[in-house]
Design a protein around this ligand. Structure first.
Ligand SMILES: [Ca+2]
Length: 427
């Protein structure tokens, strides 16, 4: 086939007959590829329908797609010469354009030839993000929306970077910007047992989105409170739903308080929080998400379940710099442009307080850990969360209690590249 295509290129002729032939050749290979990928997918599902690990399937599928890319590249190259017009051809072209820019050609493809295998949403990981948007939350949500291996089902909001009402308003605004019609269920306004809460406005701005403070109210919240929504969704998608918590853990603890089976019903709970083998960021001992509701964190991390902790041990190794945001805004005018705008405040904070040229991709790293655990080195350990005293919010490895997988190492260039590739594919 390859030789045939190369020969076609040698005989290049822009007449209508050749255009039709080239379009047919392209469609022929395209449908052949689709057939192969379908067979591949079917072969990689257990007889009982259980899905293999997404990361394994994703990597193998990606290899397969890349194997076909050489052939497709020749077709596309010839198609350009011949002026082929075909909707399928154009879908392939977008993938090729991404490849030419060094970006995963499947990035953001939800339908179409490579999305079919690498991102068919029906078989992608079902995910709910519990969030307090928040600048790096906005980045993480944009990533989850873009990633073809994630089926984002909804958001639950919590106090944290801002008050919970603003978390929900910001979440709805962001989803509207992304063109994602998803439920937003509002959760806890206060840490467990607390009567007041004061957000750290110096990190994420007065209302969560940096200098952008007149965020419009768009849409309405889901009728269920966050914890009830989480419990219902975990029951409805028993064993299939992942939850990624990227704010204080109050909603997650509330869900466990409502339904002791909640964690057991989840495929996994991935938490951005903690600093097990490194210093904290809000105090010398504590990471902010854990610190803001240490009691809830202690209950969640002490419970039996499939829990992954993505803390400062790894997230501070994934710095995202001003030039990264600029490149993102260049590739993705609406989403990348928005993230660049709101990140200015965040980058100033990192510069002024930490002396860092760039911000940690905290929340996005946790979302990436849901689908790409092979990019992390994890240790299994019990955890104790200090709930009072000077070290409140500290997360310490202990030999007793329920086991949590703590991320201790990370392939940070791969995580940063993945984030960029997916978000850059958005409008
Ligand atoms: Ca957050």
């Amino acid at each position: 086939m390859t030789g045939h295509i190369e020969k076609r290129h040698d005989e290049v002729d822009t007449g209508p007959k050749h255009r039709v032939q080239a379009a047919k050749a392209f469609d022929h290979v395209f449908f052949g590829l689709r057939h192969d990928l379908d067979a591949f997918e079917d072969d990689h599902h257990d007889k009982d329908g259980a899905q293999h690990q997404n990361d394994v399937l994703g990597d193998q599928a990606k290899d397969l797609v890349f194997g076909h890319m050489l052939l497709l590249k020749l077709l596309v190259y010839n198609g350009i010469h011949l002026g082929v017009e075909s909707p399928i051809f154009k879908t392939g072209m977008r993938g090729m354009a991404r490849l030419a820019r060094g970006i995963d050609p499947c990035a953001g493809t939800q339908r179409g030839w490579c999305g079919r295998v690498y991102g068919r949403k029906g078989r992608a990981m079902k995910l709910i993000i519990d969030t307090d948007p928040g600048i790096d939350d906005a980045m993480a949500i944009a990533y989850a929306h873009a990633a073809p291996d994630i089926d984002l089902l909804g958001l639950t909001t919590v106090f944290g970077n801002t008050h919970v009402a603003q978390s929900s308003r910001n979440a709805r605004y962001l989803l509207n910007l992304l063109g994602a019609e998803l439920p937003v269920a509002t959760g806890a306004a206060l840490p467990y047992g607390a009567e007041t809460y004061l957000p750290s406005a110096y990190v994420h701005g007065d209302e969560g989105f940096g200098h952008f403070t007149d965020v419009p109210q768009i849409g309405a919240d889901h009728h269920l409170p966050a914890a009830e929504y989480l419990v219902e969704m975990a029951r409805a998608h028993r064993g299939e739903l992942s939850v990624c918590a990227i704010g204080p853990l109050t909603n997650i603890a509330d869900a466990i308080r409502l339904d002791p089976e909640f964690l057991g019903n989840l495929a996994q709970l991935v938490i951005m929080g903690g600093a097990v083998y490194c210093p904290g960021n809000i105090t010398a001992h504590a990471e902010a998400n854990i610190y803001h509701d240490a009691q809830s964190a202690a209950e969640v991390l002490g419970a039996e379940g499939n829990i992954v902790l993505v803390g400062l041990d790894v997230t501070l190794q994934t710095l995202y710099q001003a030039q990264d945001f600029a490149a993102l805004a260049q590739a993705s005018k609406t989403t990348g442009g928005f993230l660049q705008d709101i990140s200015r405040f965040y980058l100033e904070f990192y510069q002024n307080v930490a002396g860092e040229e760039g911000c940690g991709l905290h929340d996005s790293t946790a979302v990436i850990a849901c689908t790409h655990p092979h990019l992390f080195e994890m240790v299994e350990t019990g955890l104790r969360v200090e709930v009072k005293g000077d070290a409140v919010g500290a997360t310490r490895a202990v030999d007793i209690g329920a086991k949590v997988r703590v991320c201790r190492g990370i392939d940070s260039p791969a995580v940063v590249d993945l984030f960029t590739a997916q978000v850059a594919s958005l409008p």
